[in-house]
Design a protein around this ligand. Structure first.
Ligand code: FRU
Length: 482
């Protein structure tokens, strides 16, 4: 099937390559897969097509890191080469350790069916597929489940048992199936997680709950999933596909997950298919694909397409899931600039030393009675990216309509995103700019907005605006990973 050579990393044009967000070296990348701490380092596998900058039969790319910021590329871990995975490839899945051996559970995808498969590795680098594959075959699915849509196994351990969640569709509605096994090879069906009901935000219609993930965060069980076809309701689910979290309780004997409602993980443009891992010190880390399906990929002509969010530390309090950038990023801060109690004049405000496109801003604004308060980043001739609180709409606006190369997509609006936010008098933002992306953590990580932008290389200006608004505190750091 593959006579061509993989795209050579040395031929890649790096003009839009993020400096401290993980990204594919060359070729195509989508979902993060099988994140695990194994052998003294974090492994981040990902959906990969090495031969082109668009989706093709899936491989598992492989990155490793000791601090979750500097990543090193290892050889491709899985490639499509068996009857059960050689058509569409090795789809998303999980990594889990058993008896000191690293196991990958993934979906072997064919045109007519999707089945769950296992591969193992003693050194974490070279993988051997199990002779028992597929270990969860189409015949092991309940009758009303679509055999073409059963994918993205999430494996976890409870006591002596391994459990596996599989994203699927049954009776035209999204569902997640639960299986269990004593040895990762022989699996038994337990039940379906979701109660198929008519709540509009219950889940996808004619779509799959893709990439389920399940974790306990600060004592609370959290289910994460990325449904296709969530109907846009005017505020939520603005992207073609979205990623949701919910707190609830999984009944391991029936497979049923009781929960109240789903909430979005990220309100920006580019975020999908996140997965979590637990670090040896107990922190739960989430990484998402920092792109969106059915969009233009302006970097495709540069020889690469596909990047990931900063690893985010999850915490659960006040009934809410918080996400904050992994604290290791702070080790890469240089050139600090601090400003306090500075009023923004009507004409706008620039500050000496506060510019660039590879940096972090920690900002507290006193909004007063202003209608709009915020900033323009990546500003250059005719270009700017807006991030501002809009009082009339009651939330934060991320506007990339004048950011540079426009990004089209299947949605009616691919230029402006909005995150509803209750703001009393002050607004707290933590913003990361990384060449071609903006990641904004709002109100201590209560909400996040992530998006890619493609400005001219010289567009590095930053300007604050908001009539009567005061910068209570601003800290700026360049981020340097060299
Ligand atoms: C989600 C997804 C998964 C699938 C993978 C294929 O983005 O569609 O459901 O396993 O991508 O690359």
């Amino acid at each position: 099937m593959q006579n061509r050579k993989p795209i050579d990393k040395n031929t890649v044009n790096t003009r839009y390559k993020p400096a401290y967000h993980p990204s594919v070296g060359a070729g195509w990348a989508n979902d993060p897969n099988g994140m695990i701490w194994f052998g003294g380092q974090a492994h981040l596998f990902y959906q990969h097509y090495p031969y082109d900058t668009k989706w093709g039969p899936m491989h598992w790319g492989h990155l490793v890191s000791r601090d979750l910021i500097r990543w090193e590329e290892l050889p491709v871990a899985l490639k499509p080469d068996r009857w059960y995975d050689d058509q569409l490839g090795c789809f998303s899945g999980t990594a889990i350790e058993k008896d000191g051996v690293l196991h990958l559970m993934y979906t072997g995808a064919r045109e007519d069916r999707q089945q769950q498969c296992l591969a193992r590795s003693a050194d974490g680098i070279r993988y051997e597929k199990s002779e028992n594959n597929p270990v969860i075959a189409s015949r092991d699915l309940p009758e009303d489940v679509s055999v073409r849509d059963a994918r993205d196994p999430k494996v976890f351990r409870r006591g002596d048992w391994f459990y596996c969640m599989i994203g699927t569709m049954r009776q035209n509605r999204g569902d997640i199936l639960l299986y269990r096994s004593a040895d990762l090879e022989k699996w038994q069906y337990v039940g379906g997680l979701m109660e198929v009901d008519e709540r509009p935000d219950h889940g996808p219609v004619a779509g799959v709950f893709e990439c389920p993930d399940y974790q306990r965060v600060d004592g609370q069980e959290i289910l994460i999933t990325s449904p296709q076809n969530m109907p846009f309701d005017g505020i939520r689910f603005q992207n073609d596909q979205c990623s949701l979290w919910t707190a609830g309780t999984l009944d391991l004997s029936t497979g049923r997950f009781s929960y109240e409602r789903f909430r979005e993980l990220d309100w920006g443009f580019d975020f999908y298919a996140p997965q979590t891992m637990v670090l040896p010190d107990g922190r739960t880390i989430l990484i998402g694909w920092k792109e969106m399906w059915n969009r233009d990929f302006p970097t495709a002509e540069d020889g690469w397409a596909g990047s990931f969010t900063l690893p985010r530390e999850l915490s659960f309090r006040e009934g809410h899931l918080f996400q904050n950038p992994v604290r290791e990023i702070e080790q890469y801060r240089i050139h600090p600039v601090t400003v306090e109690n500075l009023a923004i004049p009507e004409s706008g405000l620039t500050i000496d030393g506060v510019c660039g496109n590879c940096l972090e801003l920690v900002l507290t604004l006193k909004i007063g009675s202003a209608d709009r308060a915020g900033m323009k980043v990546c500003k250059g001739p005719g270009q700017e990216t807006l991030l501002y609180y809009d009082r009339t709409r009651g939330g934060l606006v991320f506007d990339r309509s004048r950011s540079g190369i426009p990004v089209g997509g299947r949605e009616a609006n691919t230029q402006v995103r909005f995150c509803p936010l209750e703001v009393e008098d002050t607004l707290k933002l933590r913003i990361f700019l990384d060449v071609s992306c903006v990641e904004v953590f709002l109100e201590g990580g209560r909400e996040v907005m992530t998006g890619n932008i493609y400005p001219d290389p010289g567009a590095v200006g930053i300007e604050f605006f908001g009539n009567g608004v005061e910068i209570l505190e601003l800290r700026k750091f360049d981020i340097c990973v060299e």
